[in-house]
Design a protein around this ligand. Structure first.
Ligand SMILES: Nc1ncnc2c1ncn2[C@@H]1O[C@H](COP(=O)(O)OP(=O)(O)OP(=O)(O)O)[C@@H](O)[C@H]1O
Length: 298
């Protein structure tokens, strides 16, 4: 998929198992929204093939729409409509909707039910968007950044709702920037960058299954500015060294005896006194950094 000269989705090939939760993870502009919008039938693929529940999302849109739910990244409601009226309206378009009061309660929308959409907070708009996506009892729901801008309680409520839907057999495809969200909810994570798939696996496979880990080195005196590059050179290409702040470095790679020995030797050579040298599990952020050499958030 291209927008002018920008290639937004580039030969991306992925499959989602029925009844699973799939997270599409990637930095801003990676092509996540374009991918979802193509699956939802909002964009016709310029090349390649998309099938959703066995149907072509553009040519067979009328058959597909009653079976899917879509939560857009923003909007989807009229600016002046009250929150509960909007949800009642969407419910009325479906053959067997969930009871609106139940969803209002589950997503904590009661206190703002009479508030016009444009006056809702960002987190309330997100919750209403999620309620609109699921009220029609979809078999498959696409949720774009479901908890962006939510407070911690609203995030937990959203996660609980998505987990309940999964337990009911609903297939969920979500995009997220939050690692903890992908790690908690997803059965499979597809990491994309520049419109391409760069890693696929369960959170466990991606963060622990490869034997890779992280080492956090904290020192008593601030590092010299060239410390990350010089330690990187000593450790070689299997690892990525990143400065967290003036006193700590994060080393992603094989956390084995040889890596630890190299780090200790480097400290000795550079007159650096370690305050702590701690092994930790890789996060999905570390996975992304290791593959691309860049932070996920940038
Ligand atoms: N309507 C558009 N016109 C022109 N370029 C676009 C359009 N929509 C997206 N793009 C570009 O396509 C690329 C992919 O965008 P997309 O929104 O799919 O990424 P994303 O991974 O969802 O990003 P974000 O996390 O910021 O939502 C980006 O470079 C973006 O600037």
């Amino acid at each position: 998929m291209r927008y002018g000269d920008t290639v937004a989705v580039d030969g991306l090939s992925l499959e989602v198992a029925r009844g699973s939760v799939t997270a599409v993870l990637g930095p801003n502009g990676a092509g996540k929204t374009t991918t979802l919008e193509t699956c939802e039938g909002y964009r016709r693929p310029q090349r390649g093939t998309v099938r959703v529940l066995g149907l072509d999302p553009t040519a067979q849109r009328r058959d597909l729409l009653p079976r899917i739910g879509v939560m857009l990244q923003d909007g989807g409601a009229w600016s002046g409509v009250r929150a509960v009226e909007m949800l009642e309206h969407v419910a009325s378009l479906h053959a067997h909707p969930l009871p609106v009061p139940l969803l209002v309660e589950r997503l904590g929308l009661g206190s703002c039910g009479r508030t016009p959409y444009r006056r809702l907070s960002g987190g309330q708009q997100q919750r209403l968007g999620l309620a609109m996506a699921v009220v029609g009892r979809p078999e498959l729901v696409f949720v774009d950044e479901p908890t962006a801008g939510m407070d911690p309680q609203a995030r937990r409520d959203t996660w609980d709702l998505l987990e309940e839907m999964r337990a009911d057999g609903v297939t969920i495809v979500l995009t997220t920037h939050y690692m903890d969200e992908a790690e908690r909810l997803a059965d499979t994570v597809h990491v994309i960058d520049h419109g391409r798939l760069i890693a696929t696996g369960s959170p466990f496979e991606l963060t622990r299954g490869t034997g890779h880990s992280t080492i956090r080195l904290v020192v008593t005196e601030p590092f010299p500015p060239d410390a990350p590059a010089s330690l990187q050179l000593a450790l070689g290409v299997d690892t990525v060294v990143r400065a967290i702040n003036a006193h700590s470095l994060l080393i992603s790679g094989p956390a084995d005896a040889s890596t630890l020995a190299t780090v200790s030797a480097w400290c000795e050579q550079h007159g650096v006194l370690p305050e702590s040298l701690a092994l930790g599990q890789r996060t999905l952020e570390d996975v992304f950094l290791q593959i691309t050499g860049r932070e996920l958030a940038t």
